[in-house]
Design a protein around this ligand. Structure first.
Ligand code: INI
Length: 157
């Protein structure tokens, strides 16, 4: 029995066993990327994703992430993807361009390909804010990737 009598509600599934997950990391703020990546992979492993079912690709910065994701999505090899990186206002005069374009591109990849993409591109005022947020964001993205990979096959039947 669900919360609503007589109405089926799909529960979030967080079993990562057997899921193939691709991760793209921007190297522009490398320390933040490493922090995001370590918490993300630790959470994926904790939830049952095999190391041999993960592939990590690094790219120069957030603007290169959507194309790498799209190529992975189109390969058919992945159940879900994760984008990790940091756009820090203190370091760029075109903060808005980089953050907006990467977010737009990431959203476009998942809608165009049907492969879910968890967006872990931090957008912050400075390094300190990014450091504070990176562990939680990496974890959140791991869970979002697993949950969406489990949910999509159950929708639209
Ligand atoms: N890329 C980032 O990932 N984060 C940033 O903060 C950033 N800044 O500050 O400019 C950034 N720029 C590089 C960009 O993503 C591309 O790699 C570059 O423009 C080459 O295409």
């Amino acid at each position: 029995m669900g919360r609503y009598d007589g109405i089926e509600e799909l529960e979030p599934g967080l079993d990562g066993a057997g899921l193939r997950i691709g991760i793209v990391v921007g190297r522009f703020n490398a320390d933040i990327g490493d922090g995001l990546l370590s918490s993300c992979t630790a959470a994926l492993i904790k939830h049952g994703v095999a190391k041999s079912d993960m592939l990590i690709a690094t790219v120069p910065g957030a603007l290169e992430i959507p194309l790498a994701l799209k190529t992975m999505a189109q390969s058919g090899r992945f159940d879900a993807l994760v984008a990790l990186g940091a756009v820090i206002r203190g370091e760029t005069y075109h903060f808005e361009v980089v953050s907006n374009e990467s977010a737009r591109g990431i959203g476009e990849v998942q809608l165009a390909t049907g492969v879910p993409v968890a967006n872990g591109i931090l957008t912050t005022e400075d390094d300190d804010q990014a450091e504070v947020r990176m562990a939680q964001k990496g974890l959140d993205c791991a869970l979002a990737a697993i949950e969406m990979a489990r949910l999509l096959p159950r929708l639209g039947r």
